[in-house]
Design a protein around this ligand. Structure first.
Ligand SMILES: Cc1cc2nc3c(=O)[nH]c(=O)nc-3n(C[C@H](O)[C@H](O)[C@H](O)COP(=O)(O)OP(=O)(O)OC[C@H]3O[C@@H](n4cnc5c(N)ncnc54)[C@H](O)[C@@H]3O)c2cc1C
Length: 439
């Protein structure tokens, strides 16, 4: 008689909830265990789309190549196989390849379709409940999750896959602006913007690129200005991918930030001297980021956030070549101007494109507020999310690591630094599954 698997409740119906579900099922299968019962509590149905894939417009592209986007950690070509099966062709008629940057809506179809297939199979043990989770409490060795409509659900393990909170307050002076859009991803947020509006986009990152291209497509002739202090745009992916470098060789000592940055700089200079691109150097470090970040002390993490993070982000989160082509055409035509020095009176509407706030920020989620005030979770020392270990097991105010409460995605930014993109979401989902279903 095989041992039974603990039941798992995942809060949040974005892509991460599907990654957790898939990882748990793969882990149980690898151990010869029955698949665990998984319930996803989701504010929005269908499960799997979330913010990144549910709010995307048809022209918004993934910023990672198709080969990196499989749901399964066992089957790396899963997304490509899906595209092949559906006979997907790009706007120019080309088939998808490992290095293709596919529209986000298409990716959402893959993730949501995989979850729907589990829901359609009564033997899968996977269910979805639409609603908002407002509290998670211990009840006699299990967890009870209460929804806003007072429904109570119980499970052995709870995974918080809460995704991305709306943007925080902006530092740019917006006094004098006619009106502001505080969250560009809210449904219909851009609908009130007219072709004649002078638009200020606050931020120069990936959100700005999405919103600028969307507004230019809706309203040809619209005039936009994007502002940030540094005016750094995200870097661009190479036309043809190059194998990643080996990353850092550990000296066996606990790393300190200055030494890591020196070594990184040395590798970049070596690449440059050899006429090689910098992208594979960064790609080589990426798989080691969790270990390096966890080995840094709190002071070095804060230093990184204050002085390095912005440059890291613009090089790490790169846009596809086709996106760059569209964006640079907007800049060349004067549709989009970049300016560090703006004044509110010059604009009819300002759009906050600064990106998501910290998951641990108070006020955006009754569930998070309750968990913080109960001490079930605590903010990480850098204030970017929740304190947790490498498997996403959450640290409470008493200091211990929970065996029943986990998080995945943006909530782990301060604990692991690289946590929101699919490769890291998949990795953490695998670690959660290994913890919930030990060998
Ligand atoms: C605009 C955008 C584009 C992106 N593009 C890429 C990309 O190209 N490649 C890549 O690898 N990554 C990309 N990402 C990163 C993205 O974060 C991940 O790929 C992934 O989609 C994260 O999913 P998630 O489930 O963690 O979060 P989300 O998609 O934000 O989903 C979380 C869900 O949980 C729900 N929720 C929150 N609280 C509760 C509650 N209390 N009760 C019930 N439901 C709740 C929310 O309503 C939401 O639907 C992008 C992110 C964004 C924002």
């Amino acid at each position: 008689m095989p041992r039974s698997s603990p039941s798992v409740l995942v809060v949040g119906g974005g892509a991460a909830s599907v990654f957790v579900t898939v990882a748990l099922r793969e882990r149980a299968a690898a151990l010869g265990l029955p698949a665990p019962e998984v319930t996803v509590v989701a504010r929005d149905i269908p499960v799997g789309l979330g913010l990144a894939y549910g709010r995307a417009e048809a022209h918004h592209r993934l910023n990672s190549p198709a080969s990196a986007m499989s749901l399964s950690s066992a089957e790396q070509g899963g997304f490509l196989a899906h595209l092949d099966e559906m006979g997907w062709r790009d706007v120019d008629g080309s088939e998808a390849s490992a290095g293709s940057f596919i529209p986000r809506q298409v990716y959402g179809g893959y993730v949501a379709g995989a979850f729907q297939a589990l829901l359609d199979d009564p033997a899968s043990g996977v269910t979805a409940v639409q609603g908002e989770a407002v509290s998670v409490v211990d009840v006699g060795g299990r967890s009870a999750v209460t929804l806003a409509d007072a429904t109570e659900l119980q499970a052995d393990v709870v995974v918080l896959a809460l995704g991305n909170p709306p943007p925080g307050r902006v530092r740019v002076p917006t006094a004098g602006v006619g009106r502001t859009v505080d969250d560009p991803w809210a449904r219909g947020a851009l609908d009130g913007i007219r072709a004649t509006d002078r638009v200020l986009l606050i931020g120069t990152g990936l959100t700005t690129i999405d919103i600028a291209t969307s507004l230019a497509r809706r309203h040809p002739g619209v005039v936009m200005t994007a502002t940030s202090r540094h005016l750094l745009l995200p870097a661009v992916h190479l036309v043809a991918p190059v194998p990643a470098w080996p990353g850092f060789v550990s000296s066996g000592e606990a790393p300190r930030l200055p030494g890591l940055l020196r070594e990184f700089g040395r590798q970049l200079r070596t690449a440059s001297a050899a006429g090689e691109p910098w992208q594979p150097v960064l790609d080589g470090v990426r798989p080691q980021i969790h270990a390096l970040w966890q080995a840094l002390d709190a002071a070095d993490r804060k230093r990184f956030v204050a002085h390095v993070a912005r440059r890291w982000d613009v090089h790490r989160h790169r846009m596809a070549q086709s996106v760059w082509a569209e964006l640079s055409a907007l800049i060349d035509s004067g549709t989009l101007t970049l300016s560090a020095d703006v004044s509110g009176e010059e604009f009819d509407v300002a759009v906050n494109c600064t990106g998501p706030n910290s998951v641990a920020a108070p006020g955006w989620s009754p569930l998070v507020d309750g968990l913080l005030s109960a001490g079930a979770v605590v903010p990480d020392p850098a204030g970017l999310g929740f304190d947790a270990d490498a498997s996403g097991a959450l640290v409470g105010a008493a200091g211990g690591v929970s065996t029943r409460l986990f998080a995945i995605g943006a909530a782990l930014k301060g604990a692991l630094w690289e946590t929101v993109a699919v490769p890291e979401v998949r990795l953490v989902a695998t670690r959660i599954a290994e913890r919930v279903l030990p060998a």
